[in-house]
Design a protein around this ligand. Structure first.
Ligand code: HEC
Length: 129
């Protein structure tokens, strides 16, 4: 009976330790993942505008601005990456900022801007994800 109790206590402690390790790992990744999922959201909104032929500059500029602002957190939320990573992130901020300042005037221009944006996401993912 005593041995069984000790075994159960051991199992319980082991489970608690594993849970708390998993939890702190999850917490640590919350910011970088949040940044990426926010980027994903605004890219999705831009694609939705384009698909529904709703390509007014004023509408897309909002999301390009949010992409640029959110992307400013890419490098700080990945502090252990090499300098080239921060450079790719910086270029992404710059390109999105330019699209926000001079937002595409029609669907053709929006298509081009979206292509550039999607390729920039993929280029970094190819190298670092
Ligand atoms: C400068 C590099 C860089 C750029 C630019 C970049 N990403 Fe990422 N992305 C990463 C890295 C590294 C990961 C994997 C680690 C992580 O989630 O932090 C990732 C992961 C993701 C994930 C998975 C997140 C999760 O919950 O696991 C999504 C979604 C994503 N990126 C979307 C995007 C989109 C959309 C863009 C462009 C608008 C983009 N990323 C631009 C580096 C980048």
């Amino acid at each position: 009976m005593r041995a069984l109790l000790i075994l159960l206590a051991g199992l319980l402690i082991g489970a608690l330790v594993a849970f708390s390790a998993a939890n702190s790992l999850h917490q640590r990744n919350a910011w970088p993942r949040g940044v990426m999922n926010t980027l994903q959201h605004h890219l999705g909104e831009l694609r939705r505008l384009q698909r529904s032929n709703d390509c007014a500059a004023a509408r897309s500029a909002v999301h390009f601005r949010r992409l640029a602002e959110t992307a400013a957190d890419i490098a700080p939320s990945h502090p252990d990456q090499p300098p080239d990573f921060a450079e790719q992130a910086r270029r992404f901020v710059e390109t999105s900022g330019r699209h926000a300042a001079e937002a595409p005037v029609d669907c053709r221009a929006l298509d081009q801007a979206l292509q550039q944006t999607g390729e920039a996401c993929q280029a970094c993912h190819r190298d670092y994800r």
